[in-house]
Design a binder for this molecule. Structure first.
Ligand code: NAD
Ligand code: UDP
Length: 319
């Protein structure tokens, strides 16, 4: 038994120096938790957590989750994994290892320490969906051998591991299927559509539309998503998910480009480029479970969220 001089909850956030992870660390500290942020800095940066480094309740550990982690914690948010197609396809074998071995290591840690463990899963488990919008009961339409498979199948296998650990060990697990989320602290070279369009618009560069721009996505602002993750962690043990989390507002990439051009006042032109292989044609979450079980729904619409994100990127681009 570890001796403890603090009654604060000890919370591990893997991928804590990334986009979502850094916002989550901030929120958990504000709620009075002791936060251990673990990251290998593949896509995360120290800049994302710069403001937290002086906080006595915050600790940073450079570590790769494909290796075991001998720490003592009460809760684990497992976010470690590159999320942008550009980055997860850079070293696909490492991406699968991060999802699968990272899940095994975090579940093993949770089993040993009796911690609750939450997996950041993804709408990509639905692949290129033939059911629209996507409810949690839909099993998906995923190519197992394409360029996106390292991410999609890695995340699907991680979900399997979470539910097998629960069946074998009766553990308190939580699986959240996150739909496209955006906001401040996305990396300017992240490669995802919202950051690409905003940075291109602010720099007066062409806006790169892949395909004809008719494919759709549903965009959730980061604060809403983080609130959902915390609600899920705090929910009763029988609330395991998988549960969809995202904003049901659905937009084509052409519509998104028009919003960004209008809100930035940019005169950038649209440039059409080839559609990447297996790019999902449509995506929108059915969030009725999150509404019913967690009393959660997004509060920040696309326009308001884009304005905040554009303000952030104006400073990044200027500096
Ligand atoms: P991100 O790339 O900004 O953050 C991922 C973090 O994980 C980075 O800090 C990275 O350095 C770290 N990391 C990667 N491999 C690691 C490893 N082996 N060991 C330790 N750290 C490692 O991406 P994000 O948008 O913040 O995504 C966070 C999580 O949420 C990911 O698991 C992602 O799959 C999931 N997710 C995000 C979205 C989204 O739209 N943002 C959608 C669905 C799912
Ligand atoms: N996309 C685009 N231009 C870009 C980046 C992305 O048109 O500069 C498209 C991409 O083809 C996809 C959508 O935007 O249809 C969302 O892409 P993102 O990489 O953000 O997320 P994901 O495809 O994983 O949902």
């Amino acid at each position: 038994m570890t001796s403890r001089y603090s009654l604060r909850k000890r919370v591990l956030v893997t991928g804590g120096a990334g986009f979502l992870g850094s916002h989550l660390c901030e929120r958990l500290l504000a709620e009075g938790a002791d936060v251990l942020c673990v990251d290998n800095f593949f896509t995360g940066t120290r800049a994302n957590i710069q403001g937290l480094l002086g906080n006595p309740n915050f600790e940073l550990l450079r570590h790769d989750v494909t290796f075991a982690l001998p720490v003592e914690v009460d809760q684990i948010y497992n976010l470690a994994c590159p999320a942008s197609p550009v980055h997860y396809q850079f070293d696909p074998v490492q991406t699968t290892k991060t999802s699968v071995m990272g899940a095994i290591n975090m579940l093993g840690l949770a089993l040993r320490t009796k911690a609750k463990v939450l997996q950041a899963s993804t709408s990509e488990v639905y692949g290129d969906p033939s059911v629209h919008p996507q409810p949690e009961s839909y099993w998906g339409n995923v190519n197992p051998i394409g360029p996106r498979s390292c991410y999609d199948e890695g995340k699907r296998c991680a979900e399997t591991l979470f539910f097998d650990y629960r069946r074998q060990h009766q553990m308190p697990i939580k699986v959240v299927r996150i739909f496209n989320t955006y906001g401040p602290r996305m990396h300017p070279n992240d490669g995802r559509v919202v950051s690409n369009f905003i940075v291109q618009a602010l720099r007066g560069q062409d806006i790169t539309i892949y395909g004809d721009g008719s494919q759709t996505r549903s965009f959730c602002y980061v604060d809403d998503l983080v609130d959902g993750l915390v609600r899920m962690m705090d929910s009763p043990d029988d609330c395991t998910g998988p549960i969809n989390m995202g904003n049901p507002g659905e937009f084509s990439m052409l519509e998104l480009a028009q919003h960004v051009l209008r809100l930035t006042g940019s005169r950038s032109q649209l440039r059409f480029e080839p559609l990447p292989q297996d790019d999902p044609k449509q995506r929108r979450p059915d969030i009725s479970q999150a509404r019913a079980r967690l009393d959660w729904e997004p509060r920040i619409g696309l326009e308001q969220g884009l304005e905040r994100t554009i303000d952030y990127f104006r400073e990044v681009v200027a500096g």
